[in-house]
Write a protein that binds this ligand. Structure first.
Ligand SMILES: O=C(O)c1ccc[n+]([C@@H]2O[C@H](COP(=O)([O-])O)[C@@H](O)[C@H]2O)c1
Ligand SMILES: Cc1cc2nc[nH]c2cc1C
Length: 352
């Protein structure tokens, strides 16, 4: 496979006119002028993204990309790597947090094996395995450039498929024991921030083991020297297959003018990578929540966004985005269903 994903798609410019139209219509709705605050901003952004005067985000589509990480051999996670596969079984049995939350927002749901380190083939699982887990980036590159491109392509295809199924907003989530290490490495390289400020306990490491995790990542960055300006190099040296998959799906959504709802630290790391591939992709993004993982703040800053909520969550899977989704939906419903001052016979603001 060659590097076609980098040139074969294009992301349209935002529809600024749609934004202006909608802004003036919002001014006619029966609330005190300007009182919808951030909801008004969201309405306008959604109009600019979709080009529609009455944008819709329902039904949303949740895609969970699952993959393993060779760096787990260094003891960087509080849980064994087998949990990636075990949680995928849980997703398929409808028992995980994201299953409950997807149901609550009436989302289409798909779980993609893009690199789990086992041979599971279960009903309902989309198997698109690029390889069985990444290489241990403490000792070798995580994957080849060709594998990065393949994972981006898979993500792109899965994003388009979800949109073809009818999804009006894409929520990108992940499952991958060890992936906060890959994400911390990527965000440190791209931001130039020291790794100490970014590395956290992930699934619940003790303070001592967070220091060990930090040392492993710091040395790996020195050894592998990922290029901050080359997203393919970054992913191949210290990345994750699920991170590439989410980035590909984000590029697909933006190329189709479909709003993207980013989740936590790992999902936002994918957003940072997608931005390096095609900067305009961020125009199509909302960040659902701010996670407790310390590196998330910097990752959000790199894509220039403000999270919708902070519930001190650190689950992943797309859960924070799913909890935030009703805020986006509320914005679209207000626009579509509220009366105007004229239609309701309510007097407008006095001039003084
Ligand atoms: O989304 C987040 O911000 C987040 C923060 C901490 C942990 N996670 C989840 O926990 C796993 C990674 O944690 P770790 O400690 O194994 O690197 C992975 O499956 C993520 O979905 C997710
Ligand atoms: C139980 C469990 C659930 C998860 N969901 C996403 N990452 C996870 C990590 C663990 C350990």
């Amino acid at each position: 496979m060659n590097e076609t994903i980098l040139s074969a798609f294009s992301i349209p410019e935002l529809d600024v006119d749609a934004g202006v139209r909608v802004k003036s219509y919002v001014d006619s709705l029966t609330v005190p002028h300007g009182s919808l605050g951030r909801l008004e901003e969201l309405i306008i952004e959604l109009a600019e993204i979709t080009g529609s005067s009455f944008p819709e985000v329902s039904r949303p589509g949740v895609i969970v990309f699952a993959a393993d990480h060779g760096v787990t051999a260094e003891g960087v996670s509080a849980y064994p790597k087998e949990v990636t596969e075990q949680m995928v079984r849980n997703f398929l049995n409808d028992g995980a947090a994201i299953n409950v939350l997807s149901r609550s927002i009436d989302a289409y749901f798909n779980i993609v094996d893009i690199g789990i380190d086992s041979d599971i083939t279960l009903e309902g699982l989309t198997v698109k395995k690029v390889r069985r887990g990444t290489g241990n980036f403490a000792k070798e590159n995580a994957m080849t450039r060709t594998e990065v491109i393949e994972a981006l392509e898979i993500g792109y295809e899965q994003g388009l498929k979800m949109i073809e199924r009818g999804a009006k907003c894409l929520i990108l989530g992940e499952m991958g024991i060890g992936n906060t290490s890959a994400s911390s490495a990527i965000i440190s390289v791209v931001s130039g921030e020291p790794i100490d400020t970014l590395v956290g306990s992930g699934t619940g490491l003790t303070k001592e083991r967070v220091i060990h995790k930090r040392n492993i990542i710091e040395k790996a960055i020195l050894d592998r020297k990922p290029d901050p300006n080359d997203p393919i190099d970054l992913l191949s040296k210290v990345g994750g297959l699920e991170i590439a998959g989410m980035a590909g799906a984000m590029l697909a959504a933006a190329s189709d003018r479909t709003p993207i709802l980013v989740d936590g630290f790992i999902s936002t790391t994918a957003a940072v990578v997608a931005k390096l591939i095609s900067p305009r992709v961020v125009d199509y993004m909302f960040v659902g929540h701010e996670s407790i993982e310390p590196g998330h703040k910097k990752a959000i800053e790199l894509i220039g966004k403000q999270p919708l909520i902070n519930m001190r969550m650190g689950v992943g899977e797309g859960t924070g985005a799913a909890v935030a989704f009703p805020i986006l939906k509320s914005a679209t419903l207000l626009l579509k269903e509220m009366a105007t001052f004229e239609s309701a016979g309510v007097s407008s603001k006095t001039k003084t």
